[in-house]
Design a protein around this ligand. Structure first.
Ligand code: 5GP
Length: 345
């Protein structure tokens, strides 16, 4: 039996040290990034935040709002081909660069993926998403998708360790999705004991990816915009958000009313609620690895995304980074035992 002695860090364990800065205003900070991807050779410019491909967050309505901020939406895999067809016909082609098409790894998923991509050559992102990105079957599926979609940007995950990031990049992924057990409605760590504190996963996996010319997405665990800044500061190229974008108008969650207040139901994609909805319940050999929560309804996502982008610009000014790209280089984390002052919470 082996124990790794160095303590792995989550967002709650650090803060970022301020640095001298020549920036005069937050408006001078550019959050746009330009990437040229390793395997597809594709170029993409935008703000590297992604709405998670959960069925209540990665919706077509979310695309319409977030694309106006140049932010990506990973559209969930439960829309039918007909839904996709209607959507692609109804949206300006230029906005399709902010759309990520999610897929599982069954034969039917592959067939549907090919049909969706035949709708428009402007669709360019594929996200092959599984809870456990460590299986041989997953790597084989990734290779197959890369062979067929040689010029599309492929994201694949989830994993949390450098050696698997390398394997996925060498098997055709442009971007590796990093995070196991960190999500807001995830119960994997309690059910299975598997997981990796998100900040350390980012630091280790981005190092592995960048060494090969690949990129990573930090997926899960951001609760406030400061966490997003820590994810970018730690080396993440993209950050995926579920809970922070849940509970809005653009989400397709069930709304309930209690004591004159409106709530929206938000659940994990491996929760009983999701399995009941999509695969007819939890199979006898499985346990649910997600939970269902009730969020205070928050109105349109427009305000939330502005708040997040404002927070990120402010982080950049505190460390003297004139662009998001510089944030990693200018980040020094300090380990802490306190975060915000909670006296009035
Ligand atoms: P959040 O931003 O809410 O903290 O995390 C979102 C991420 O949690 C998703 O993008 C996905 O990777 C992960 N996730 C979503 N649903 C589940 C679930 O039911 N179980 C687990 N283990 N992870 C989930």
């Amino acid at each position: 039996m082996r124990i790794e002695e160095d303590v792995k860090l989550g967002f709650k364990d650090v803060l970022i040290r301020p640095k001298r800065s020549t920036l005069k205003s937050r408006s001078q900070v550019d959050l746009t990034r330009n990437f040229t991807f390793k395997n597809s050779g594709k170029v993409w410019t935008g703000i590297p935040l992604i709405a998670s491909n959960m069925d209540t967050v990665g919706t077509f309505r979310m695309v319409r709002v977030l694309s106006s901020f140049h932010v990506l939406t990973a559209v969930h895999k439960y829309y039918s081909y007909t839904h996709w067809k209607n959507f692609v016909c109804s949206i300006s082609e230029t906005l399709l660069k902010y759309v990520v098409v999610s897929t599982g790894m069954s034969e039917n998923d592959f067939i549907k993926l090919k049909k969706i991509f035949s709708l428009s050559s402007k669709l360019q992102y594929i996200c092959i998403d599984v809870a456990n990105g460590y299986t041989e079957q997953f790597v084989a599926f990734l290779k197959r998708v890369r062979e067929y979609f040689s010029d599309k940007i492929i994201c694949a995950g989830n994993v949390v360790t450098g050696e698997m990031v390398e394997e996925l990049i060498l098997s055709g992924a442009d971007i590796v999705k990093v995070g196991i057990g960190s999500g807001s409605v995830c119960t994997t760590r309690v059910k299975t004991a598997i997981g990796y504190p998100q900040l350390s996963a980012i630091i280790e996996c981005s190092d592995a990816a960048h060494g090969l010319g690949g990129q990573i997405i930090s997926d899960g665990g951001c609760i406030v915009s400061g966490d997003i800044a820590k994810a970018f500061g730690g080396g993440s190229d993209f950050v995926m958000l579920g809970g922070m974008l849940a509970g809005h108008d653009e989400c397709e969650g069930q709304i309930i009313e209690e004591n004159h207040k409106q709530y929206m139901i938000f659940y994990g994609m491996s929760s009983k609620s999701a399995m009941d909805r999509y695969i007819g319940g939890v199979a006898r050999y499985k346990a649910a690895e997600g939970k269902s929560v009730k969020l205070l309804f928050r109105g349109t996502v427009d305000k939330t995304i502005r708040d997040i982008l404002g927070g990120l610009r402010s982080t950049c000014t505190y460390v003297g980074a004139s662009s998001l790209k510089e944030l990693t280089k200018r980040t020094t984390f300090i380990k802490v035992t306190e975060q915000e002052n909670q006296v009035f919470n």
